[in-house]
Design a protein around this ligand. Structure first.
Ligand code: FES
Ligand code: FE2
Length: 346
């Protein structure tokens, strides 16, 4: 609970939209007020439970359009039509929100601990040297199954043979990757020298020739994935620092639990070359969706299987090391948060 989650892209709030979104099983309404500030409130009117997202925005305030109660950005009830006396504590819960690099972050836990300096930066999203196309996908699966999938590079060759991965052969030839374990996740760096261009890159860079390919992937709690990808002409020594004619990508993926068995997935895939050509970002976006749908098909099926038999036990293979580390890291933080709640509850 006590961490920042992505609640929306800023473009989802244009034109005065009252965005209704379930986050960590709580109904939330998110909107941008006339002052420009973003507001997130419990999406349940405290009078009789009507959805505030079915209401009307008035400046930075919102009016429930059932019986007209009006709430300010802090969630406090500031008007009851036909009633002069407003109980001072009447209102709905408001959630801390921070807007950064086109993302709207929300804090669903203890508001006293909502420290914006803990938000991870991904500056490429607001850097004019990079171009992308922010997007969203909904998953009918627990967010950790998706995070597991991203921590697992062994699936690339099989799930994404014809899209992101390249070839099935790769799974047999590639060596287990060394991972750097961190307190809040892990980092993996991987070089593939003299490799064929994977299909998504080949579509936007048709030049012949092999490439040296580097991926640096980072996974952070609770479910944030950043990847830096570089393609350089093979053999020029990119691995020793010669990045001439290199083409680079930056990928961010944010997973926010909607419920125990469904997830909001926010992502972008940015490139750093030919920025005046809008078709590149569009092509990359389409290729990624193609790849993500391959994951979604496998993972939503997996969720159904796991739901059908809660006693099913998984068996780990060597390639699961990063995933196991991530689950342990997250488990520790969850335990610590629960332990901190104990004395208060007692
Ligand atoms: S339910 Fe919102 S004003 Fe009555
Ligand atoms: Fe995948």
């Amino acid at each position: 609970m006590n961490c920042w989650y992505v609640a929306a892209w800023d473009h989802e709030l244009i034109d005065g939209k009252l965005l209704s979104r379930t986050i960590l099983e709580k109904p939330v309404v998110i909107y941008r007020g006339d002052s420009g500030a973003v507001v997130a409130l419990d999406n349940r009117c405290c009078h009789r439970g009507a959805r505030l997202s079915n209401g009307r925005r008035e400046g930075d305030d919102i009016r429930c359009m059932y019986h007209g109660l009006k709430f300010n950005a802090a969630g406090k009830c500031i008007q009851i039509p036909g009633q002069d006396n407003i109980p001072p504590k009447l209102g709905v819960r408001s959630y801390p929100v921070v807007e950064r690099q086109h993302l709207i972050w929300i804090w669903m836990g203890d508001p006293a601990q909502a420290d914006p300096s803990k938000i991870l930066e991904f500056n490429y999203l607001s850097d004019p040297k990079w171009r992308g196309k922010p997007d969203y996908m909904h998953y009918k699966a627990n967010y950790l199954l998706i995070v597991d999938n991203l921590s697992d590079f062994a699936h690339l060759a099989f799930v994404h043979t014809k899209t992101l991965g390249g070839s099935e052969e790769y799974a047999y030839k590639s060596k287990p990757t060394a991972i750097e374990r961190m307190d809040d996740g892990f980092r993996v760096e991987r070089w593939h020298l003299n490799s064929d261009k994977p299909p998504f890159h080949k579509k936007v860079d048709r030049a012949e020739g092999k490439v040296d390919r580097r991926n640096i992937a980072r996974m952070y709690v609770p479910g944030i994935f950043f990847m830096e990808t570089l393609f350089a002409p093979a053999g020029q020594g990119a691995d020793k620092g010669n990045l001439q004619n290199a083409k680079q990508y930056r990928n961010c993926q944010f997973f926010t639990p909607e419920t125990k068995s469904s997830t909001h997935f926010f992502w972008d895939y940015l490139h750093d070359y030919d920025l005046n050509d809008p078709t590149i970002a569009l092509s990359l976006n389409k290729s990624m969706i193609e790849g993500f749908l391959e994951d979604k098909f496998i993972i939503e099926g997996q969720q159904e299987v796991l739901d059908a038999d809660p006693n099913f036990k998984m068996n780990a293979i060597v390639a699961d090391a990063p995933l196991a580390h991530f689950r342990r890291t997250l488990g520790k933080l969850i335990d610590a948060e629960r332990a901190a709640l104990q004395p208060a509850a007692a």
